[in-house]
Design a protein around this ligand. Structure first.
Ligand SMILES: C[S@@+](CC[C@H](N)C(=O)[O-])C[C@H]1O[C@@H](n2cnc3c(N)ncnc32)[C@H](O)[C@@H]1O
Length: 380
């Protein structure tokens, strides 16, 4: 009996290995082909004016893409193409680039919270295989962009996009324009400037303690600087709070005992919940939030809104030191040259205040838990 069980376990493992090898071989073939012919175009031009796809229709098309490629997304994710980067990357600014995917239902919630409009531009900063980018393009119809460090993740995403565009146009539907850029968010801040709405899946410190390199600014700090440079009215949703932004306008004004000084800070923040839920496209009881999470876990998302300020110069803030000139005279929160958030008041050198952590924030992990998160297996 034990021997039979062992045999079936081995043959299951062999089957999985063969599937992964087949996927990798197919991608290697496709990569060679795509070097010859940049991109295969859909059979009919994608429609400019088009009815929007619902999430179920999008999921149906995604399954169609998997059938055309011959592999489920979960199989593609087990290939070394997608996994590379989870253990180590060669970058001056980070140790790892950990992968994990937001599932369809939670992505739809992200779209609702960000309130993305059809005439806006969406950017997923750290877009993995581009699933969020493509869902936004299909269900909102707006221009949708993805910035991703790992070239092979961009490659897998582009392969999926080619088939998705094919299926969309074959059925006479349309979708927003999609673009994936391979690059490092620490250097490609300009690529994100165009965003009216941005998403960052930095869950469980993957842009913080779990990827950080000693002596470098964390990716979260770069993301906060990207947000600060976005236009007033734009939004960013993250799965960890961006503490380096400092105090929100509401919190800064509370501490100043001021009512509505729009120069006290350049943003507002609110918390939202992403929870597992029942969806028609999901066979089992509930769909988890993300590819790495269990059915029951809920994730807090942080919505940052760039507020209007009576200033043309960029994001401004007021110093918290009431004896300082900067308490009444606003200064720039973003360094012109480095495009990073400033740490201290230019007048009195007082550090910018960091917000209090909410109880739901996973960044309030204890030191021991934080170390465990840093050492834990990647969320893939
Ligand atoms: C947790 S995954 C999220 C994927 C996708 N946004 C989603 O939610 O389904 C984070 C992604 O950020 C990418 N990433 C990490 N460091 C990056 C950097 N410096 N620049 C651009 N992308 C980065 C990783 O390679 C990884 O694919």
């Amino acid at each position: 009996m034990a021997a039979a069980l062992e045999l079936s376990r081995q043959s299951e493992a062999d089957r999985k290995r063969r599937e992964e090898e087949a996927f990798e071989a197919e991608v290697a073939r496709a990569m060679a082909e795509s070097r010859r012919e940049e991109r295969c175009h859909p059979p009919y031009p994608l429609k400019i004016e088009f009815p929007l796809l619902g999430v179920s229709e999008f999921v149906g098309l995604w399954r169609g893409v998997e059938a055309r490629i011959g592999h489920a997304t979960s199989v593609m994710e087990k290939s070394s193409l997608v996994k590379e980067g989870n253990a180590r990357v060669s970058s001056r600014s980070q140790e790892k680039a950990q992968y994990g995917r937001l599932l369809f239902g939670a992505t739809q919630k992200v779209i609702e919270i960000l309130d993305i409009k059809r005439d806006e531009t969406f950017v997923d900063i750290g877009s993995g295989i581009g699933n969020v980018v493509m869902q936004v393009a299909c269900t909102v119809g707006c221009a949708s962009r993805g910035l991703e460090l790992m070239p092979d993740r961009v490659f897998v995403g582009s392969r999926i996009l080619t088939d998705l565009e094919y299926l969309v146009s074959e059925r006479g539907w349309g979708m927003g324009d999609c673009d994936f850029k391979q690059g490092n968010l620490t250097h490609e801040k300009k690529y994100c400037d165009i965003a009216d709405a941005a998403f960052v899946n930095n869950f469980e410190e993957v842009f913080g303690a779990r990827s950080a390199k000693t002596g470098s600014d964390s990716l979260d700090r770069h993301v906060a600087s990207i947000f600060a440079a976005m236009r007033p009215g734009s939004r960013m949703l993250t799965l960890e709070p961006l503490t380096s932004l400092g105090l929100s306008r509401k919190e800064a004004n509370l501490r100043r005992k001021d009512k509505k000084n729009d120069l006290a800070s350049f943003f507002e923040v609110s918390e939202h919940s992403l929870s597992p839920a029942r969806y028609e496209w999901h066979d089992e009881d509930v769909e988890p939030v993300a590819s790495w999470s269990t059915k029951s876990s809920e994730i807090t998302a942080y919505l940052y809104l760039r507020t209007e300020q009576h200033s043309e110069d960029g994001p401004m803030y007021l110093c918290s030191n009431h004896r300082c000139q900067g308490f009444v005279a606003p200064t720039l929160a973003l360094d012109d040259e480095t495009r990073m958030l400033v740490d201290r008041c230019v007048y009195c050198d007082t550090p910018r205040r960091i917000p209090r952590q909410s109880s739901s924030s996973s960044s309030s992990l204890s030191g021991r838990k934080r170390a465990a998160a840093a050492a834990a297996a990647p969320p893939s």
